[in-house]
Design a protein around this ligand. Structure first.
Ligand code: ASP
Length: 241
């Protein structure tokens, strides 16, 4: 797994890549940010650091859902469609702004499938998998990592906001550039320093949700946006448990 975290107040950032058997890689990325003078630890070194920080190892089996296992098996079938397999993978991202205007972002992913051993994707790379700067806002990205890295997608969106674009226009402009320039698809969540936000994607779908003024907004497909009070959403969640 790869993960990144960034604090927009001072541009501090921490990341890990190629970690296994860690339940919360973003927490480990945060420790890299807070407890070391480095920004990105990978593979064996990241594991040694996790041990030194007393982060418990979780057996790999526990981190694999039945759904993922089934999907992986399907992917091995001779007539499988690799694009179908990549759809809806488990990248999780977050952006936030507090009442004092501090922004932050975090992204965590198992990464693309069918990759070479040693491949590091966009998520752990500052400016690609995420970027946060109180002067402009914060963004977290998902999608085809090699394309995201080519256009440095997260920082590109902040650059567009610096030029005066809204989060929505900045996100669409950057995603469009990535699609036309390098043929890559992706999705982003963005918040600017005024607290305006956007969830935009050039992929077929991206699950997203936002809490603003005690309301939960959420959707999956293009143009889809539902809204309900946070209290109601939490009550429904509790009933489901
Ligand atoms: N960006 C990730 C990667 O290329 C995959 C994803 O976001 O789903 O590893």
């Amino acid at each position: 797994m790869d993960a990144i975290i960034m604090d927009g107040k001072n541009l501090d950032s921490g990341a890990v890549s190629a970690v296994k058997c860690i339940a919360n890689p973003i927490k480990l990325a945060r420790l890299v940010m807070e407890k070391t003078k480095h920004m990105l630890l990978t593979d064996h070194g990241a594991h040694l650091f996790a041990q030194a920080m007393a982060i418990p190892e979780v057996p790999g089996e526990k981190l694999i859902t039945e759904r993922s296992r089934e999907r992986w098996k399907k992917n091995l079938e001779p007539d499988s469609n690799p694009e179908e397999f990549q759809k809806d993978l488990g990248t999780v991202g977050a952006v936030a702004i507090d009442s004092e205007g501090n922004v932050a972002c975090a992204t965590s992913t198992g990464g693309l499938s069918n990759k070479l051993i040693g491949r590091v994707g966009d998520t752990a790379c500052i400016g690609s998998g995420g970027y946060a700067d109180n002067h402009f806002g914060a963004t977290s990205t998902t999608g085809h990592g090699e394309s995201i890295m080519k256009v440095v997608l997260a920082r590109l969106i902040l650059y567009h906001m610096e030029q005066g674009m809204s989060p929505e226009v900045a996100a669409d402009t950057a995603l469009d550039y990535m699609k036309t320039r390098v043929g890559g698809l992706g999705g982003v969540i963005v918040v600017n320093k005024a607290g305006e936000w956007a969830a935009r994607f050039s992929t077929k779908q991206m699950s997203w949700a936002t809490v603003e003024d005690d309301n939960l907004h959420y959707g999956i497909y293009a143009g889809e946006k539902h809204t309900k009070p946070v209290d109601e959403a939490l009550a429904t969640e509790r009933e489901g448990l």
